[in-house]
Design a protein. Structure first.
Length: 249
């Protein structure tokens, strides 16, 4: 199966996996990988790297928006097989190690299964390894100092807690792009809403903090939003965040 790779700016690619996305920032054949999809997306992940002229060996680092299974499915594989550093916000490091797990549970999903889209999504998630145990044994915290990382794409971390404690978006000021992870999405199979929005409440660790983090997106310059779920959203990111906040209150 071929991965769906969409170039949205010079060296910036959004990849759609099994109901979740990841982002490739390319500089020649060297890349920064933001998230890695479900465990079952590994073949698509490797194919997406090949499509942009790169390879697993050329991944300079994996940056993680947050440590849910559908975003770190191949992070430990890349770390152990290829020595790729896996970096994320300090508050998310113990989550990636699986010292705890702040992720929607099977019981909660079952109680919500009467809602449109929930049961088909849950079946696909199970088939993709959504309940697999995929800890990252050696996650590395992002630098405490603000500013761009010395990686392909020069991403700037933006701590956006709520979906998880250490959720982090990545701003690409030169490209006018914001990689928003699950803090601001443009769709989800369990949502009837289309366009900028918060994920449904059952997916949020602290919904009030998730709502507050939308104001951080309102301060970011950019007109391309690359979410963890849903299609690319074009238009001022600040407007997208305001729209999502209005829908959520």
């Amino acid at each position: 199966m071929r991965a769906q790779v969409q170039q949205v700016a010079d060296g910036v690619h959004l990849v759609h996996g099994s109901d979740t996305n990841w982002v490739i920032l390319a500089d020649g054949d060297a890349v920064t990988l933001i998230d890695t999809g479900y465990p079952g997306d590994r073949g698509l992940l490797l194919d997406s790297l090949a499509q942009v002229g790169s390879s697993p060996e050329a991944v300079t680092a994996v940056l993680v928006t947050h440590a849910h299974t559908d975003h770190i499915g191949s992070a430990e594989f890349l770390r152990t097989r290829h020595g790729t550093p896996v970096r994320l916000h300090q508050a998310e490091v113990p989550h990636a190690r699986r010292e705890f797990l702040h992720q929607v549970g099977v019981g909660t999903v079952l109680r919500q299964s009467w809602r449109p889209g929930v049961l088909p999504w849950a079946v696909r998630a199970l088939r993709s390894g959504g309940t697999a145990h995929v800890p990252v044994a050696g996650p590395e915290p992002l630098p405490a100092a603000a500013g761009p990382l010395d990686l392909p794409g020069r991403p700037v971390p933006v701590h956006t807690p709520g979906h998880t404690l250490g959720h982090c978006a990545y701003h690409l000021p030169a490209a006018g792009v914001v990689v928003s992870g699950d803090a601001l999405v443009s769709g989800h199979p369990t949502s009837r809403v289309r366009g900028p929005q918060l994920l449904p409440t059952m997916f949020q660790h602290e919904r009030e903090h998730a709502l507050a983090s939308l104001r951080l997106f309102e301060e970011l310059e950019g007109d391309v939003l690359l979410p963890g779920h849903g299609p690319v959203h074009r238009g001022p990111v600040a407007d997208a965040a305001r729209r999502a906040r209005e829908r959520a209150v």
